[in-house]
Design a protein. Structure first.
Length: 522
């Protein structure tokens, strides 16, 4: 038999969709064609929902006179390195005749094969071996099946944390969470990574008021990453120490300062159990927005019905993300009542200035003062002031108190009285420091510094409180800490320097350098 043997010439790739949710996908014969034998085909990509491909090829061809009785079928084996699957392809023969103008009638004999191969997520390295009567051939094709990316279903910013839920990615063995300080988080751009997490996952230890960017990645057996969309969030803490004081047809609200908040939301209803999620469905349910620009700001809800109890919760918001609800508070407006709110204290040298606000009802003279002491019995009162009928509405009141005991916690509150009754604000506290004194030998002259036995205190010229914890031994002072906020100075004390201070500057000296930080004493 005369014959000319050719190499397998082509491979037919038929994509078969993954069976999902009871609906089988359609096969699309001839979707892709690739030269296979003799060519190393790499980085071929198929969609994530394709689970099978059918690979086919043509075997050696003989041209001869007569029939194909002498044609020997090749043996074709295959293997997929990623899945570990392997097998032998089914090879079939074919026979045709044709007329050669020079040689006359001729016979052409050949073979073909096809085999369905399962693809896993990632890089499938598929090897074909062909054994023929007078030769051997091997070819490799790389087929990348895209992984299914996780889909983030929900993310809830919380106090110093975020809880993220996502739908599983088919075939993924684990998930990573990447947090970044700049947009487009990835494994190449992140500040924090949480590995091998499962949905739902809570990432904690985050900074309130700081904007984070995140992405979820699904990992498959070959370590490939497939990313979700990118998202951002800002953790927020719910307002604390929310206090409601009832006035005449109004309620005044105050809460602790929250420096990172851009705005606040106040939710109100005349039914208990109000939240940011249900206020629309409750009687008298309303939502109000408030931008707090000062620690002494209060929020007043007017136009209320006297002798009716109203319930409130407050949330903070930063970068578009809202915190959880504060604890619920309630107040009942009554005719002629004065809303009294204790708003805070200002530290001044040797004393404290107490601050408060009243809502003076129309047509009333209201006397206002502070009471303070070392417990909630108070025991000491400040001088008072009468807010006359000529000053209805909001009135800011403050008094300076001195001759305080050092290193002591004081309680204080605002009190008001008119012809209807006496109304008190919420209890608040402040702490005094000791008189500046020698701490230990290395800090030789701490004039202007306050010390309470554990911390040193002072203010920098940005008016930020600086508090350093002091650890002493026989010969040194070790203190670490810094002021809060942008632009504030920082200082670290250690036993490698000698320290002293005058009224506005702390100096540190060593053999190699002298440096100083400008400060204002308390």
């Amino acid at each position: 038999m005369e014959g000319v043997m050719k190499r397998w010439t082509s491979i037919l790739v038929v994509l078969t969709s993954l069976f999902i949710g009871g609906c089988g996908g359609d096969s699309s014969d001839g979707s892709y064609w690739e030269e296979l034998l003799g060519i190393n085909v790499s980085d071929r990509v198929v969609p994530e929902d394709v689970s099978y491909i059918t690979l086919g090829g043509a075997g050696p061809i003989y041209s001869t006179w007569g029939n194909c009785d002498g044609y020997t079928l090749p043996i074709v084996t295959w293997s997929n390195e990623l899945t570990g699957h392997s097998g032998e392809a089914l090879v079939t023969t074919w026979h045709t005749t044709y007329y050669d103008p020079f040689l006359g009638p001729r016979d052409r004999c050949g073979s073909s094969f096809s085999v369905p191969i399962y693809l896993d997520f990632g890089e499938n390295v598929i090897t074909f071996n062909g054994k023929m009567p007078n030769g051997y051939d091997q070819d490799v094709i790389n087929v990348r099946r895209l992984g299914r990316s996780p889909t983030v279903e929900e993310y809830i910013p919380l106090d110093g944390s975020v809880t993220i839920s996502w739908s599983p990615a088919v075939g993924a063995i684990s998930y990573n969470l990447y947090l970044a300080n700049t947009p487009y988080a990835s494994k190449n751009n992140y500040s924090t990574i949480f590995t091998n997490v499962q949905s739902p996952f809570t990432a904690s230890g985050l900074g309130n008021g700081h904007r984070y960017y995140f992405v979820m990645s699904a990992l498959y057996g070959n370590g490939d990453d497939y990313y979700s969309d990118n998202y951002s969030f800002t953790p927020n803490s719910a307002p604390t120490n929310v206090y409601a004081s009832a006035g005449d047809s109004l309620v005044a609200l105050v809460w602790d300062d929250y420096p990172n908040a851009e705005k606040f939301f106040i939710y109100m209803a005349s039914e208990s159990g109000v939240t940011k999620d249900n206020w629309e469905f409750l009687t008298d349910g309303t939502k109000r927005q408030f931008s707090k620009t000062s620690v002494s700001d209060i929020f007043t809800v007017g136009g209320l019905e006297n002798d009716k109890t109203y319930y409130f919760v407050v949330t903070t918001a930063a970068n578009g993300d809202e915190s959880l609800d504060s604890p619920e508070v309630a107040a009942t407006p009554t005719q002629g009542s004065t809303a009294a709110v204790t708003t805070g204290v200002t530290v001044i040298s040797g004393s404290r200035r107490l601050r408060g606000i009243i809502q003076n009802p129309v047509g009333y003279n209201t006397e206002v003062w502070f009471e303070y002491g070392t417990d909630t019995n108070y025991g000491t009162v400040t001088s008072s002031f009468v807010v006359s009928t000529y000053w209805p509405g909001e009135y800011h009141f403050n008094r300076e108190v001195s001759s305080l005991i050092e290193n002591t916690t004081y309680h204080y509150r605002l009190v008001s009285n008119n012809s209807i009754g006496t109304y008190v604000g919420e209890d608040r506290t402040f702490r005094t420091y000791t008189t500046p004194q020698l701490v230990i030998g290395d800090l030789t002259y701490p004039n202007g510094l306050k010390f309470d036995g554990e911390y040193l205190y002072w203010r920098d010229y940005h008016n930020g409180l600086m508090k350093l914890q002091v650890s002493t031994n026989q010969s040194s002072v070790l203190a670490t800490g810094s002021t809060g906020g942008a632009g504030h100075v920082s200082i670290t004390m250690n036993s490698n320097h000698l320290y002293w201070a005058d009224n506005r500057t702390i100096f540190a000296d060593s053999e190699n350098n002298i440096w100083r930080v400008r400060l204002d004493a308390l």
